[in-house]
Ligand binder design. Structure first.
Ligand SMILES: [Cu+2]
Length: 182
């Protein structure tokens, strides 16, 4: 088989599958067209907000945007606000120099969610670096306590244990009865 034919043989099923699976609606999904800071950019001065521009108007109410920095801190200072096709998120003073990631999730006009990330690098510490250094010693991630989670887990799985107990006790009684007859 010639290389061209072989390539066609590989590509054709994928193309057909994409058509059958309804790839066409996917073309209507919104896409991130640009951002500030730009993806993979080196930023010397800490930005005070992040903006994301999409290929269609975005409902800010359905959008979630987080901006995490070194150590996983979320620097978003509030929910995203929208102006047509652009979302803007205010930032708390950024901390240490390093890798930051904007993570967004928006909803396309057809109702399908679209999510993605915009990484950028802060090349010099932001104004929040000194403030961030102090509380990082304390476990600031503590508020995620588990009582609600354990109460969610607690209800349903009890009855299988009761069923097991009934079977075990029943077997024990049957065994005891048989022995006492013998
Ligand atoms: Cu869709």
């Amino acid at each position: 088989m010639s290389p061209v034919l072989r390539r066609l043989a590989v590509a054709l099923p994928a193309v057909l599958l994409a058509l059958v699976a309804g790839a066409a609606p996917a073309w209507a999904h919104t896409e991130l067209e640009s951002s500030s800071p730009a993806a993979n950019s080196q930023v010397g001065t800490a930005p005070t907000s992040v903006s994301l521009t999409f290929s269609e108007d975005i409902a800010a109410a359905d959008a979630t945007v987080s901006v995490t920095g070194p150590g996983g801190t979320d620097y978003a200072a509030g929910p995203a606000t929208g102006d047509g096709d652009t979302l803007t998120v205010p930032l708390r003073p950024l901390g240490a120099a390093g890798a930051y990631t904007v993570t967004y999730r928006v909803v396309s006009d057809d109702g399908h969610p679209v999510s993605g990330t915009v990484p950028f690098t802060l090349t010099s510490p932001g104004p929040g670096a000194a403030a961030a250094a102090a509380p990082s010693a304390a476990p600031t991630t503590a508020p995620q306590t588990t009582p609600t989670a354990s109460s969610d887990d607690g209800g349903a799985p009890v009855w299988p244990w009761i069923a097991v107990a009934v079977v075990v006790i029943g077997a024990g009684v049957a065994f005891a009865l048989r022995r006492s007859k013998a």
